[in-house]
Design a protein around this ligand. Structure first.
Ligand code: NCD
Length: 354
């Protein structure tokens, strides 16, 4: 069990926590280790119905501001906040229901929201880079990035890594296979950036040529001398993997309709059903940030999308995506406690001064 003293001691050892959580690089690995211990602690507490409201002493409400659709990130954060005793003010579809629809910039939105002195703002933004731009205007109010466009999704990567560690014992020393829309999906970018900081990982990327992992990410792997390869052979990759991380086609981010239809067609070859999952190793795990697309789903443009993980594999013991989603709440309780504690700690100020 980790208590607040342990966390404060870390600060005294100069492992000062980041004020804002914008990308996975905001954390030292040692801090992530502590964070995971705290998440373990919260998992136990929640499962045993322990009241966590005394863990921090929140005076100010949290703001949860989501410009893009969200089920897991928003609700797990809001559940986490409420479990810690925070009041939460929320808008979903901020793109439509906030003043963004009237032409307000993200900077102005951030200045105004932080001006009400919330304890924390949890934000999901339409374009990559907007989380950083918002944070730069928020003074002492911490911003947690719940996903910015095609950019980063640091809290998802943390819960993904936490899930890998909980099941396989370590984030390092694994063979990772990431598949689907590796170009437009932010979760895969953050997961590669985070997991590649651990020792002895290898990567295989499975996608159509047009949706390959961006070079800025693979260049970083090259610089670190980490092995990776691209393939279109799903079964061979699955057979090699310890961790399979599958993602949906980010159809809403492909603006050219013909391109989108072409990608839908290509993506069909990458679906995981009973045949594909049976090629995985016995100890292997199949993860997905969710949402996955259900078979036969017709989007708002009238196009039928393809499912990437068929419901028929849900009962396979290697399919761990729902457990992964639950881990999101425990990880986010730990993150919120981290984000808030310094402000309400012994100095009442961030960063803590001794
Ligand atoms: C993802 C996201 O929003 O980036 N979902 C999530 O946060 N769990 C994945 C996606 O939208 O495909």
């Amino acid at each position: 069990m980790i208590d607040s003293n342990t966390v404060l001691k870390l600060e005294n050892d100069r492992l000062i926590r980041p004020r804002h959580i914008i990308g996975v690089d905001d954390f030292e690995l040692e801090q992530i280790d502590q964070l995971f211990k705290l998440a373990d602690d919260y998992k136990l507490k929640v499962q045993n119905k322990v009241d966590c409201r005394g863990d921090i002493n929140p005076i100010d409400p949290a703001i949860s501001f989501f410009e893009e659709p969200s089920t897991r990130t928003r609700f797990s954060f809001e559940m986490a906040a409420k479990r810690l005793g925070l009041a939460v003010l929320t808008t979903e579809a901020g793109k439509v229901f906030s003043s963004k629809a009237k032409g307000e910039s993200i900077e102005d939105t951030a200045i105004n929201l932080s001006g009400y002195s919330p304890s924390v703002v949890i934000g999901r933004f339409e374009h990559s880079g907007e989380a950083r731009r918002a944070a730069d205007q928020m003074g002492e109010v911490p911003l947690i990035n719940g996903g910015d466009g095609k950019g980063e999704h640091p809290t998802q990567a943390l819960l993904d890594a936490y899930t890998v560690q909980s099941i396989l014992g370590s984030v390092g020393g694994q063979r990772y296979v990431l598949g689907g829309d590796l170009l437009n999906g932010r979760t895969v970018h953050s997961l590669v950036e985070l997991s590649s900081r651990y020792e002895d990982n290898q990567y295989v990327f499975v996608s159509p040529e047009e949706l390959k992992m961006p070079e800025e990410i693979t260049d970083e792997l090259k610089n670190k001398n980490i092995e990776f390869e691209h393939t279109t052979d799903v079964e061979e990759a699955l057979n090699w993997a310890d961790v399979v991380y599958w993602t949906r086609l980010q159809a809403e981010r492909i603006t050219n309709r013909n391109e989108k239809l072409e990608m839908i067609k290509k993506q069909k070859r990458f679906a995981i059903g009973l045949k594909q999952i049976s090629s995985m190793k016995e100890h292997g795990i199949l993860l997905h940030p969710l949402p996955r697309v259900m078979p036969g789903f017709v989007d708002s443009a009238g196009d039928t999308l393809e499912a990437e993980i068929l419901p028929e594999v849900d009962n396979d013991s290697r399919a761990r995506y729902f457990e992964q989603s639950q881990n999101g709440m425990y990880t986010r309780m730990a993150l919120l406690r981290w984000a808030l504690e310094p402000m309400y700690g012994h100095t009442g100020k961030y960063p803590p001064k001794n």
